[in-house]
Design a protein around this ligand. Structure first.
Ligand code: ZN
Length: 437
């Protein structure tokens, strides 16, 4: 993907952002039992802090957050179901998905009938463990393969959930890359899912790598990365930054970036924000089948950023959207469901999006607007005529024609139907020979 990026340094080869490195980071994050609060989130953020010097914030239980409040902090050490022979048939140590997130502590011997209402399975996928939560209703439960439930025939089982649910903190992290302008680009990824890869370890790994790459630059915009639990985390961040969110010019919610599907962009509530033009343009250049969805009221944290009181220009980029793949919110969203190449491609797409954010609204001016300048004598046109325009030559002519100070790069790209790589190269060459300023 070597090419010139207008106004930006040439990309460096960076082992931290190779597909293998991203995959290794996902693999490290995968086993951790994350939830909307607790040590799993802190451990996750400490690992991300090895890539970027993020700042960790702690917000106390009970803190009001708009119509919500920061919940009690949940932590868990162990959990199991033992059969009558004392054998652990369900063991939290094998998968953090085995316990309903936010389960209150329990130690009991229960009949299978009494236990059954606390067991969650997926009959349609009998070998998979489902992901279940009970954040706002105090309850407890186990998640297990349906095939295992069908084998359970003992009269009674010992159950133990060695958890705590008490006053503590909600933990989130921020990392700001200051740019020439105080105008900000917000990049948000949720931190609250236990052992699942696509949702949400891929988002954590790719955003950390993106932050690492951008930290080497002095961009035009300031880039603010936020890693926080879903819903209550983005709400908490918004409530603590209410006075400054007006600086956000572009934003993306990022997760689900490692599955084999194509990319999907969900537009902001505004629908016509610059980010709603930038991302589709980048995706079109890479994948003609890329899907663009209109805003809807359900989804990830774009729901909060795009709530009517904020209405921020924040869209969402994923591969296959949540809920549209059978592995979603199950133990089958594992390391086999994602691949290094898909993670690397997601990072490359995001780097392209950043490049377009940096230059997309720029309005260049043609310094030789009276008639077409002679491109051949500058080495920009093929010496042999009569063979039709190449895409690159078309990009040169469109840039020269529409760079009258009133058309942005995005305007020109959309009007001429040009992909980003071709247009970026044309801009770079025209700037280099003084035809564009
Ligand atoms: Zn999810």
């Amino acid at each position: 993907m070597a090419r010139n990026r207008p106004g930006l340094p040439a990309p460096q080869c960076d082992p931290e952002s190779s597909g293998q490195a991203l995959f290794a980071l996902v693999k490290r994050l995968f086993p951790i039992c994350r939830s909307i609060t607790g040590e799993g989130v802190r451990e996750t953020l400490r690992i991300l802090r090895e890539s970027v010097p993020l700042v960790i914030h702690e917000v106390a239980t009970g803190t009001p957050v708009f119509d919500w409040e920061v919940p009690k902090e949940w932590n868990i050490r162990d959990a199991y179901i033992k059969d009558m022979s004392g054998r652990r048939i369900v063991d939290f140590n094998n998968s953090s998905l085995h316990v309903v997130s936010y389960s209150i502590p329990v130690r009991a011997t229960l009949s299978l009938e009494a236990l059954r209402s606390h067991l969650h399975t997926l009959p349609e996928h009998p070998d998979w463990i489902p992901y279940r939560t009970s954040y706002w209703n105090e309850n407890w439960g186990f998640c297990l393969p349906h095939a295992l439930l069908q084998q359970m025939q003992d009269a009674a089982y010992d159950v133990c959930i060695d958890s705590t649910l008490q006053d503590g903190h909600l933990t989130y992290a921020e990392y700001l890359i200051p740019g020439e302008s105080e105008d900000e680009v917000l990049l948000f990824s949720h931190t609250c899912h236990p052992s699942m890869c696509n949702d949400n370890c891929t988002g954590l790994a790719v955003t950390a790598a993106l932050a690492h790459r951008l930290s080497e630059r002095r961009p035009r915009y300031s880039y603010r990365f936020v890693w926080a639990p879903g819903t209550i985390g983005s709400l908490t961040w918004l409530s603590r930054n209410r006075e400054t969110v007006g600086r956000i010019r572009h934003g993306l919610v990022l997760t689900g970036l490692g599955d084999p599907g194509g990319f999907t962009y969900k537009r902001s509530r505004r629908g016509d924000a610059a980010i709603d033009r930038i991302v589709p343009w980048v995706l079109r250049g890479r994948d003609p089948q890329a899907r663009i969805d209109d805003f809807s009221v359900y989804g990830y944290d774009e729901r909060q950023f795009c709530s009517p009181g904020f209405n921020l220009p924040v869209g969402r980029l994923t591969r296959t959207p949540y809920g549209e793949y059978p592995q979603y919110h199950t133990s089958a969203d594992d390391l086999c469901f994602i691949a290094p190449d898909q993670l690397a491609e997601a990072l490359a797409v995001l780097l392209d999006i950043v490049d377009v954010i940096e230059v997309g609204e720029r309005r260049y001016v043609n310094t030789s607007p009276h008639g077409e300048p002679r491109l051949g004598k500058r080495g920009l046109f093929r010496p042999t005529g009569g063979v039709g325009l190449s895409g690159r030559e078309a990009a040169l002519l469109w840039m020269l024609n529409l760079s009258d100070g009133s058309h942005s790069v995005i305007d020109i790209a959309e009007r001429a139907n040009l992909d980003f790589t071709t247009l970026a190269s044309a801009i770079s060459d025209l700037v280099a020979c003084g035809l564009l300023i």
